[in-house]
Design a binder for this molecule. Structure first.
Ligand SMILES: O=C(O)CCC(=O)C(=O)O
Length: 277
């Protein structure tokens, strides 16, 4: 497996003190979530906000045209390819690669990259839900993250997390059970919420007049089918222009061959490379 911790040509970004692999793994094993304070700098957050607003126009047009406008207001999907800042965010994950690899016990890929512009009206993200359909307590299949593009406060609808529910709540909890254990994941813009996908959560209620924006990349083991074919969407031809980390995370090393020519290749040119699990 190539070293993915320092992609060539990129500044090295650091994690806040104390967010080491051990602490991360402990948080996942107990509470099921943690917030990494100011993971991304203000300059990138600013560009992501602008890209998010542009991408929403494209997503919303299709939601409305295809008859799924109800419940999807404010939501965005598959942002990689809809703005350079989203691709840049993949490279910013470098300091977290050891943490995520420890979680999955091996390499990982992007499963989906959505977003949410939360206003007073609610979307499906405001319902109590979790993002993995198959409860898999002891075999981590998916890992959620949420990058705060605005400060997340109780007043503007910070995500509500049912702490520990990834361990003892295989079925949907009642509203009361959820409320009894739900904690607001607050943080400053640029902070990254990471949580076990088996954990029940919901967007909070935004009682302010301003939008509360986020992007929500999810990760999985490479053997789990992603929700979007990122290499095909970006183009196989662009692989050489991507960093090592982007190739790995976008799934260029875990593609599905569609021809015998693609299948019969030496290990380092295979669509699904050795070591991907
Ligand atoms: O926007 C939020 O606070 C929640 C997002 C969410 O539910 C998700 O990423 O699954």
């Amino acid at each position: 497996m190539p070293d993915m911790t320092e992609p060539a040509g990129l500044p090295r970004h650091c994690l806040p003190a104390g967010v080491d692999v051990e602490r991360f793994s402990e948080a996942m094993a107990t509470r099921g979530w943690l917030v990494i304070d100011r993971f991304v700098d203000e300059a990138l957050v600013e560009r992501m906000r602008a890209d998010l607003d542009r991408a929403y126009v494209a997503c919303r047009r299709l939601q409305v045209a295809n008859g799924i406008a109800l419940d999807t207001e404010g939501t965005l999907h598959h942002l990689v390819g809809q703005g350079d800042s989203f691709l840049e965010f993949i490279d910013r994950l470098a300091p977290l690669v050891p943490h995520f690899e420890a979680h999955f016990d091996g390499p990982f890929i992007l499963n989906s990259f959505g977003g949410n512009i939360l206003r007073a009206s609610a979307s499906y993200a405001s319902a109590i839900h979790r993002d993995v359909r198959t409860y898999s307590r002891d075999l981590p299949l998916l890992l959620n993250s949420l990058l705060m593009l605005d400060d997340f406060t109780v007043r503007n609808g910070a995500t509500m997390m049912m702490t520990g529910s990834h361990l003892d709540c295989p079925g949907r909890p009642s509203e009361e059970a959820f409320a009894a254990r739900a904690e607001a994941a607050t943080g400053l813009a640029g902070s990254l919420l990471v949580f076990d996908s088996n954990l029940w959560h919901a967007a909070g209620v935004n009682t302010t007049a301003l939008p509360r924006r986020s992007v929500t990349p999810m990760f999985s083991r490479p053997m789990v089918k992603p929700q979007f074919d990122h290499p095909r969407a970006i183009g196989y031809g662009r692989m050489d222009s991507l960093s090592e980390l982007q190739r790995q995370v976008l799934g260029y090393y875990s593609r599905i061959p569609a021809t015998l020519e693609e299948w019969y290749q030496p290990p380092q040119r295979r669509m699904y490379r050795p070591g991907q699990g």
